[in-house]
Design a protein around this ligand. Sequence first.
Ligand code: G3P
Ligand code: CA
Length: 246
Amino acid sequence: MSFMNIAHRGFSSQYPENTLLAFQKALDLGVPHMEFDLQVTVDNHLIIMHDRTVDRTTNGSGNVCDLTLSQIKALDAGSHLSSEFVGEKVPTFEETLNFLGGRSKMAVELKFEGNNHIPDVLDAIAHHNLIDQVSISSFDLPKLPEVKRLNPEFSTTALLKPETDPDCDWVGVALDLGVDVFGPRHNDTTREMVDRAHDNNLLVRCWGLGHDQGPALERIIDLGANGLTTDCPDILQDILKRRNLL
Ligand code: G3P
Ligand code: CA
């Protein structure tokens, strides 16, 4: 059995997150599975960025939804981390699909407000013939049935925080949403959840490991989950090689 090593915002522990460089560096590790986040500019372009503002990850400031694509493209997305990365740009979704298509699976997280741009996301993926390489994820759970309503061929992933209500049946929440992948935060994930998800034909993909500790990675593997997003795909790759899980 193999375990999905998903590079969270690319190889983001060592390279500027959500950039083509971070994606290439994960591919160079032999990790062909990326997670990234989508935001929308004021002129309705989909771009790859985690935060609602450009402040943390570029040399600019302001809300993504108030900036045009050309204003975003004028920003530097590498210099905040190191002078070594000066010149790295914020990629568009289209550029990312061109870059990763045929080379990597993708966990595409919808971070933008509302549902108006979901059709643009699905159309772009379909245009690249990449539907079977993608799972659409969100914490904004009503987006997920909307994806299925627009095109039931798409896989969807419910990102969940079970610690917010320990008594809730979180697998039941995922089943009610009609998703394909159950996505609990890693430290809230239990064997009971994993088994119940599998019994109901859901994949289990955990999240929330940043600058990772080997034991936390190994715990998720030991629980029987199917995959994990990690900022340190290098460390997880070494563990998977050692455990013969690639
Ligand atoms: O895959 C889920 C993970 O990316 C969620 O957290 O804040 O990094 O988008 P965040
Ligand atoms: Ca994300």
